[in-house]
Design a protein around this ligand. Structure first.
Ligand SMILES: Cc1ncc(COP(=O)(O)O)c(C=O)c1O
Length: 405
């Protein structure tokens, strides 16, 4: 039941999509492009390692994981971001999460205040955004401030445009790169600028990086690189990552948060009361996956095939931009809800209206929801499955321009 505290939260995106499409018959067999659930094969390591440790399901797991898991995640972070050996103390600076979604929520509960300087606190969010960010703000009584991440701002939120009276009362911010849904990547410089703003105004930033391993060109920069370069007090910065996209293991619910000792200590204290620890067999499986890059390289190869397919079918059409990373297309179709219904009726392709991932915020771009014109399409199925989906999207984009051949 919705409580008063959460009554500002709209219905979640997927029930809204079901309600939108329910009155309409699909124009063909369903082509699933709405949900960001990886469909590539699971690494064999996963089942093998789980099976080998299945006898440990009888144990209550420790909230901070196993020493092997912590060591594996710490070593991955150092390798991936070229950090100095010893830059992170895995025992004090890394915690396991049951998927990053719940961690993004509970970290804010542990660290942020609902009030600052005698005023209601503000949480800065990108807009559109991953929906748990707003729930976390409301949970502590803070005001979600949704900062547009549009083409004009390079598909990233520019927090420096937030009015001073809001920055003064900001206690927490979420910043996602590579972005869902636009597929943009923040430069090291952009990450450092967010940190500089956090230093000036005294807030904490949760850097949400679940798509860090799914990219086209060079590996995206990570927030820990900016911390290593001295951009902020490490206590202001939290980094979240997950095996859901990197290893196609969304159902394992295995992720981590890394950050300053005090911040991680505070999150751990709260989680000792209310957190749900990862089962020990799952920690062993996760350890094996973080130590292995071969399956990640293969995964990226499969996504790169699909970036190429999207470029081939949609390249040059109005409303399409090639994503740099992640596995979504963010398509300007003029009216995302109408486009989604049209595609479904015409060809059975199921996408998600961009409006369901954004909010109108009266303080920015005239209060419009920056997702309203857009539709999100996930490149998770095989190229054979998504090809006809992309062709149907191409027809829609051409119709937008009145260019139907
Ligand atoms: C931007 C973003 N953050 C976080 C998550 C949560 O991932 P998980 O809870 O599976 O680790 C997702 C999942 O789709 C996401 O798109």
């Amino acid at each position: 039941m919705t409580t008063r505290r959460f009554s500002d939260l709209p219905e979640y995106a997927f029930p809204r999509l079901r309600a939108l499409l329910a009155p309409h018959e699909p124009g063909g067999p369903e082509i699933a492009m709405s949900i960001g659930e990886p469909r590539h094969p699971l690494p064999e390591l996963l089942a093998e390692t789980l099976a080998r440790h299945a006898h440990l399901y009888n144990k209550y797991p420790p909230i901070d994981g196993t020493p092997g898991w912590r060591e594996a995640v710490g070593a991955w972070l150092i390798r991936r971001y070229g950090l100095a050996e010893g830059a992170l103390d895995p025992d004090a600076q890394i915690l396991p999460l049951n998927g990053s979604r719940e961690g993004l929520f509970s970290a804010a509960l542990a660290l942020a205040s609902g009030e600052k300087n005698g005023e209601r606190a503000a949480f800065l969010l990108p807009n559109p955004f991953y929906q748990v960010y707003a729930a976390a703000a409301l949970a502590i009584g803070a005001e979600p401030v949704c900062v547009p991440a549009t083409e004009a701002s390079g598909w990233l939120p520019d927090f420096s445009t937030v009015p001073q009276d809001i920055l003064r009362r900001t206690t927490f911010a979420y910043y996602c790169s590579p972005t869902n849904p636009q597929g943009a990547v923040a430069s090291l410089d952009a990450l450092s600028q967010v940190m500089a703003l956090a230093e000036t105004h005294g807030f904490t930033v949760a850097f949400d990086e679940p798509y860090s391993e799914v990219y086209r060109g060079d590996p995206p920069a990570g927030a820990l690189q900016a911390v290593a370069a001295g951009a902020a007090d490490p206590e202001r910065v939290l980094v979240f990552n997950t095996l859901s996209k990197r290893s196609n293991a969304a159902g394992l619910r295995s992720a981590f948060v890394a950050g300053g000792r005090e911040a991680i200590g505070a999150i751990k204290r709260l989680r000792a009361y209310s957190g749900s620890p990862n089962p020990i067999p799952a920690l062993h499986a996760a350890e094996a996956l973080w130590r292995d890059e071969d399956h990640v390289i293969e995964n990226r190869r499969l996504y790169r095939e699909k970036y190429a397919l999207a470029d081939e079918i949609l390249g040059g059409l109005p409303g399409y931009h090639a994503p740099e990373a992640g596995f979504f297309l963010w398509l300007d179709v003029g009216d995302g809800e109408a486009g989604t219904v049209h595609l479904w009726r015409e060809s059975g392709v199921k996408c998600l209206p961009g409006a369901y991932l954004g909010r109108g915020d009266p303080r920015f771009i005239g209060g419009e929801n920056p997702g309203a014109r857009f539709m999100r399409a996930a490149l998770v199925e095989t190229p054979e499955v998504i090809r006809p989906g992309l062709e149907a999207i191409a027809r829609l984009l051409k119709e937008q321009e009145g260019q139907t051949p």
